[in-house]
Design a protein around this ligand. Structure first.
Ligand code: IMP
Ligand code: MG
Length: 176
């Protein structure tokens, strides 16, 4: 087994996704909404949460390239895939898998705000508050976790484990 333990089961995640979807639907009633998923980590969370948002939404994706392939989050280098949707005057929700330092989402928020949307809100399934290096406000958060390295449900280590239906803590010996 590559995992120390399972942190969130499929059921834990589904319950949380439903709760977040309800909240997003309630907050954005009758307003146009564009949901932007950050590739690749958020692809599963994104596809689950949009099915629990009970209103018309437009979907897009955004991808950044960063240094390295390993467990450490790293500096943002450049945009690998920009959004194709016109977000001017619209309410935008960015969907991310996990916030670590907060640099990625901060960068994306600043970038999207240059397109003059009506609002940009952040949604992340996981957050490691002890790792933050920025003052980041997550509007829709699933779970806070300690500074573990976690995989599954979209999250990877060197591109592996994304397909696990649960979220697990990776054993240190795997990545150190
Ligand atoms: P940040 O810019 O430091 O907030 O890093 C966020 C990005 O780092 C996420 O989009 C993930 O790709 C990656 N990341 C941070 N922590 C983990 C983890 O525990 N497992 C998998 N990826 C992680
Ligand atoms: Mg990522």
């Amino acid at each position: 087994m590559d995992f120390e333990k399972i942190l969130f089961t499929e059921e834990d995640i589904l319950n949380k996704v439903k709760e977040l979807g309800k909240k997003i639907s309630k907050d954005n009633k009758s307003e146009e909404l564009v949901v932007i998923g950050i590739l690749r980590g958020a692809f599963i969370f994104m596809s689950d949460i949009v099915r629990h948002i009970d209103m018309p939404v437009k979907i897009d994706f955004f991808s950044l390239s960063s240094y390295g392939q390993n467990s450490n989050s790293s500096g943002v280098v450049k945009i690998r895939k920009d959004i194709d949707t016109d977000i001017t005057g619209k309410n935008v929700i960015v969907v991310e898998d996990i916030v670590d330092t907060g640099l990625t989402l901060n960068y994306i928020k600043d970038y999207l705000e240059k397109h003059n949307p009506k609002s940009v809100k952040l949604c992340s399934l996981l957050d490691k508050p002890k790792a933050h290096k920025t003052n980041i406000k997550i509007d829709y958060l699933g779970f806070e976790i300690e500074n573990h390295f976690v995989v599954g449900y979209g999250l990877d280590y060197a591109e592996n484990y994304r397909n696990l239906p649960y979220i697990a803590i990776l054993k240190k010996e795997i990545y150190s």
